[in-house]
Design a protein around this ligand. Structure first.
Ligand code: NAD
Length: 444
């Protein structure tokens, strides 16, 4: 089967490479000339474990191609996937659908034959219908089908998530003359390698598929935020969040995942998707109070943690150096979109603290987003040189290898703020450090 994927970002690149391994002939189209040039020259423009190897393999097999020319890509394909960004619209919580609709207009202009148009981007309920309207009104002569196929991969584990998904959700247009039968048949064939007796495709209506993606992300954001609130309560009362969440997570109705406290959720999905869901729910006249509060609590958390860090520094603050290890919103990605570091670090910087930053993958993306005069180190250990405090904001495994003995030599002060809980306190305390982690009373 020949398919085109419009948008060569995290989702487009990973889905394209994985679908190519299933035997589909995939053309990824991206309109960004720098990105396109990188892809053409064999360079994967994002950091995602395993993606380089998959690209080389599939490009060599001839199953994966890149193009800046949508018309040629459309001329050859049976299905086109829209995988462009849906960021928050400036000045409101709404999802900015202009990229999705621009692609729909381009398809209407360029399609030469019958096509299945699949929305893979995360989009509010009604977007698929609008894509359909754009196609119908601009190309009354064109036979087309639409479907929704929201993506659930997680950055950092994206290939495995795509290849071994918990579920593949497919929303069918039950209002179309064939009630979605063509889309169902084509997508069943495409995803055939993923279906097993235990793991089948989950078909539903178009609107339900669109909402399922937002509902899932908002629920997870709420779960993280709940764990963060419980962590605060643990600190205030002497309970330990690890013990509490272990006890909670043993209940299969709750489950152990997404209960680790941290500096607030971030990334390219949870913040924008919770905002978009809350905004569209308000517009629909059914406000989602839980999600409104989740968004506000997550914002407040980042500011509160910045205040807490500042309160731990002796005065004068401008003489204090904080080594910050980890900038990305989680480990194994270079994605800096809505990372908690982007709220916490400017607040520390503005208060006068001196920062020394290190992240194994995110520094290039962080530079334009953080105050320009903050220095970056070339290793985690070098970032701690002369520091009064070491602050862990991302759970990169390589930070676990740093020892109290090493940091005793490089650091001036003895304060560890392990806000991802990557280290065990005893070794640090025995070496004379004051060790703080979230969700447990301070340990000295
Ligand atoms: P991204 O910003 O990394 O990539 C989008 C790409 O689309 C960019 O390279 C851009 O140049 C390209 N593009 C935009 N308009 C185009 C056009 N008209 N023609 C060709 N290319 C165009 O975005 P992403 O992180 O891959 O996310 C894409 C969608 O998938 C979003 O809706 C997102 O919410 C959703 N999603 C993302 C993730 C994730 O982890 N990143 C996971 C699941 C779902």
């Amino acid at each position: 089967m020949k398919i085109a994927i419009i948008g060569g970002g995290y989702v487009g690149l990973v889905s394209g490479a994985c679908l190519a391994t299933f035997g589909a002939s995939v053309t990824i189209v991206d309109r960004d000339p720098t990105r396109f040039a990188q892809l053409q020259s064999g360079h994967v423009p994002i950091y995602e474990p395993g993606l380089d190897a998959l690209f080389t393999q599939e490009a060599k097999r001839g199953t994966l191609r890149f193009s800046a020319d949508m018309e040629t890509a459309l001329a050859e394909c049976e299905a086109v996937f829209i995988a462009v960004g849906t960021p928050t619209r400036r000045g409101s919580g709404h999802a900015d659908l202009s990229y999705v609709y621009a692609v729909a207009h381009d398809i209407a202009k360029m399609a030469s034959h019958s096509l299945l148009v699949v929305t893979k981007s995360t989009v509010p309920v009604g977007t698929g219908r609008e894509v359909s309207r754009i196609l119908r009104e601009n190309r009354p002569d064109l036979t087309f089908h639409i479907a929704s196929n929201p993506e659930f991969l997680r950055e950092g584990n994206a290939i495995d998530d795509f290849m071994r998904p918990d579920r593949v959700i497919i929303g069918l247009d039950q209002q179309s003359p064939d009630k979605g039968a063509h889309a169902r048949a084509l997508l069943t064939e495409l995803y055939h390698p993923l279906t097993t007796p235990h793991n089948r495709l989950t078909f539903m209506g178009l609107e339900s598929a669109e909402l399922t993606k937002y509902a899932a992300n908002a629920f997870l954001a709420m779960k993280v935020t709940f764990a963060n609130e419980m962590a605060d309560l643990c600190e205030a009362t002497g309970a330990d969040i690890r013990e509490v969440t272990h006890g909670m997570g043993q209940d299969p109705r709750i489950g152990p995942d997404f209960l680790t406290p941290g500096p607030g959720y971030g990334g390219s999905c949870f913040p924008k998707d919770t905002r978009a869901l809350a905004t569209s729910a308000r517009k629909a006249g059914t406000p989602t109070q839980l999600i409104d509060i989740t968004i506000a609590a997550n914002e407040a958390r980042k500011q509160r943690l910045a205040d807490r860090i500042l309160s731990l520094l002796d005065h004068p603050i401008h003489t204090k150096i904080i080594a910050v290890l980890g900038l990305t919103f989680k480990a194994h990605t270079d994605d800096m979109r809505d990372a908690p570091a982007l709220s916490i670090l400017p607040a520390l910087h503005e208060a006068g603290a001196r920062l020394q930053l290190f992240d194994p993958q995110g520094m290039d993306q962080a530079r334009p987003l953080l105050p320009q005069d903050i220095p970056y180190a070339d290793s985690a250990l070098n970032a701690t040189e002369g520091a009064d405090v070491v602050l862990i904001l991302t759970e990169w495994p390589l930070f676990k290898d740093l020892t109290p003995q090493q940091l005793s030599r490089t650091m001036k002060g003895r304060l560890v703020l392990d806000y991802r809980g990557i280290w065990e306190p005893t070794a640090w305390q025995e070496a004379g450090f004051t060790y703080h982690r979230l969700g447990r009373k301070n340990e000295t």
